[in-house]
Design a protein around this ligand. Structure first.
Ligand code: PRX
Length: 659
């Protein structure tokens, strides 16, 4: 970890405060931040009780705040009842927000659709009534496999309204991933579309659902509701499949929200861990929604007239918290985009900010880095060509943002007037945890700065002791927080083992390396486990390895990450074939075949950038693969480490040959 630490902490520039934002910010100035932080630290339960009473609408008020009797299976507001969809929609109906635009949807081809809160409420109720008419009830689980669309938000909200736990599967995942998730949650309902449109292409979705449901273990699925997006051809299974437009036709535009317990699982979202099988991260209803709403107000300093745009897909946690739930609970107007940042040109984001007068823009470092490249190679795609003066706050999420990209973003997109909000959090944390506040925190490029009120973050060593400033260690959260993961669906033991290792005194282990500087700022150094971050997407190396070894030609595989200037990390796979080493063209043909195979097994995001062949992998005498050495080989560097413990040192030379 040490070279990474040294490189980030050579950064000494400080930006801000930003008067324009600070002057009327929801949390204005460091004293206000500190006061709120201290209140939460002094009396966490009192703090969260106050927040939950002030910000949520309860059907049955709670009487307990934190129940830690079965730690680490924490419960928050456990005897309270509410409905998440009522807290996102119904609460606005008798206020001026009812006629405010909830979503400005821009399709791949540029067509724009607007929907008000009142209309969105009606759409959600109609779909909920349709689902109810099929006999579904609270407690069942639904898979949502939809493109970025108003319908995706409607589907998530309709499930929440009925107390049906959803699991959204990103449209880029394969039918095999879909199948695994369907089986794991025991889904009874699937909501999908005929096709999705991205970058001018139509990509089938229903077809993947059909393939997934043709396999064993999915008998629990009774219906597939299909949103007609493209009008492309689909196969149809009578009795099971229903068009969404047929189902909602004639349904009432009101539907009583079902009150659920505060701890009722709102959703399960799969994410990669260090073993082969993705983990179903289970989130609660009340605690999750409370913090989704609070962070809209704190981190994004949301105001009534803001036009908020989070560019994430609803298939990831960012799209759950900062598209489907947080902005709606806060009554915000938000932009939702179907397509990709590079279509029809890499100026699409800048055009859209200008067209819709976006004030808060939230995207990922990987997008910023690829748009920098595009802007620098063609002036027409440079943000300076567009009027971006509507912007007030610009944010970043998903991976460390390198200082150069940060400064470019600040200079050319934020025009030096907008704070860059680098938010650190995870699928498991549910919401932002460590992040600047736009009207308060002085910024340092590459640092996610300071924890939010109520977040007790620290950097510790293997025994849970806090390390001094300037030393690297494990990032932990010392106290439970309302939006935290509740368990791994169906695997409570794995939950305990992954996040609460006994030697860490009950702290939540994030899985990231970090260090703090002399002012207490956090600098994230990347994962400490076998998880890669490719374009802001989490990928387990074991997941890719299992996919590779399931190919008939592959005997053994080891996967590592290599730093990449655009995608953050790139997947490099070392492969031992069940046949002699391929030569020339043949090697490339097999590599193509293996990449496509991984694409089909997991999804295109998991395809290895590079595949290298060897007759074996570097192993210790006890047979353990030396990944440390493979990482060096993947970077094209010479091995300077001691290789005397290797059983077969000569293999390193062979693996250095790339295809
Ligand atoms: O390694 C950290 C990185 O992304 C991981 C979480 O990934 P995921 O659960 O997919 O959630 C992504 C969206 C919240 C973290 O363990 N990460 C996320 N945000 C940052 C980050 N690394 C550095 N800086 C960030 N701002």
């Amino acid at each position: 970890m040490s070279s990474a630490i040294d490189s980030v902490l050579t950064e000494t520039r400080v930006f801000g405060p930003f008067e324009r934002v600070a002057n009327n910010a929801n949390i204005s100035g460091m004293d206000a931040y500190q006061a709120l932080y201290d209140e939460a630290a002094r009396d966490p339960n009192g703090f969260w009780e106050r927040m939950a009473r002030e910000h949520l609408v309860w059907d049955k008020p709670f009487t307990t705040v934190l129940d830690d009797s079965d730690a680490p299976f924490y419960k928050w507001f456990a005897d309270g009842e509410l409905n998440v969809s009522a807290n996102c929609l119904d609460r606005h109906l008798n206020t001026p927000v009812a006629n405010k635009t909830a979503i400005i949807f821009e399709a791949d081809d540029g067509e724009v659709t607007r929907i008000t809160y009142k209309e969105l409420h009606a759409r959600v109720c109609q779909l909920a009534n349709g689902i109810k008419s099929l006999g579904y009830q609270a407690g069942e689980r639904a898979i949502i496999y939809l493109p970025m669309s108003i319908e995706a938000v409607v589907a998530m909200q309709a499930c929440a309204r009925l107390g049906i736990t959803h699991s959204v599967v990103f449209g880029g995942f394969s039918s095999k991933s879909l199948h695994e998730r369907c089986v794991d949650i025991g889904a009874s309902l699937v909501i999908t579309a005929d096709e999705q449109k991205r970058g001018g292409r139509a990509i089938p979705l229903k077809k993947a659902v059909d393939e997934a449901l043709a396999q064993a273990g999915t008998e629990s699925v009774k219906n597939v509701i299909v949103y007609r997006r493209s009008g492309g051809d689909v196969e149809w299974k009578d009795g099971r499949d229903l068009w969404m437009h047929d189902l909602v036709e004639g349904q009432a535009t009101s539907c009583d929200p079902v009150p659920v317990n505060a701890e009722h699982p709102l959703y399960i979202l799969y994410t990669s861990g260090s073993t082969g099988k993705p983990k179903g991260v289970q989130h609660s209803s009340a605690g999750y929604l409370l913090s989704a709403l609070l962070t809209m107000k704190w981190t994004f300093d949301l105001k009534d007239d803001d036009i908020f745009w989070c560019t994430a897909d609803v298939g990831w946690v960012t799209g759950h918290t900062y598209i489907a739930y947080g902005p709606l609970a806060a009554g915000a107007t938000q932009i939702m985009f179907e397509g990709v940042p590079t279509y029809p040109t890499p100026a699409r984001f800048w055009e859209m900010i200008q067209r819709h007068q976006c004030t808060i823009f939230y995207t990922a470092p990987t997008a910023i880095r690829s748009l920098i490249k595009a802007a620098e190679s063609n002036d027409e795609h440079h943000p300076k060509k567009f009027d971006l003066t509507s912007l007030r706050i610009i944010g970043s999420v998903g991976e460390p943002i390198n200082p150069e990209a940060w400064v470019w973003y600040h200079t050319h997109v934020g025009r030096e007037r907008c704070p860059v909000i680098d938010t650190w959090w995870q699928t498991e944390t549910g919401v932002h945890m460590i992040t600047p506040l736009p009207g308060a925190t002085p910024l340092k490029p590459g640092s996610c700065t300071l924890p939010l009120p109520g977040v007790d973050a620290a950097v510790v060593d293997e025994s849970g002791q806090e390390v001094p400033a300037g030393k690297g260690g494990f990032l932990v959260i010392k106290r439970p927080w309302p939006a935290m993961i509740r368990t791994i669906w169906g695997d409570p033991e794995r939950f305990k083992k992954s996040y609460f290792p006994p030697e860490l005194k009950g702290y939540y282990l994030a899985g990231d390396g970090a260090q703090r500087d002399a002012e207490g700022y956090f600098w994230i150094m990347g994962r400490i486990d076998d998880v890669l971050n490719v374009s802001g997407h989490r990928l387990g190396t074991m997941e890719v390895e299992s996919a590779l070894v399931s190919h008939p030609l592959v005997a053994e595989a080891a996967v590592v990450g290599r730093p990449d200037a655009t995608t953050g990390e790139a997947v490099v796979a070392f492969v031992v074939l069940k046949r002699p080493l391929p030569q020339g063209e043949e090697g490339q043909t097999i590599a193509r075949e293996l990449r496509d195979w991984v694409g089909r097994e997991i999804g295109p995001i998991a395809k290895p950038r590079e595949i290298r062949y060897g007759e074996n992998l570097p192993k210790t005498r006890s047979g353990k693969i030396m990944r440390r050495l493979l990482r060096v080989v993947a970077q094209g560097e010479n091995i300077t480490q001691d290789v005397s413990t290797l059983e077969n040192p000569a293999i390193l030379e062979q693996l250095s040959q790339a295809y």
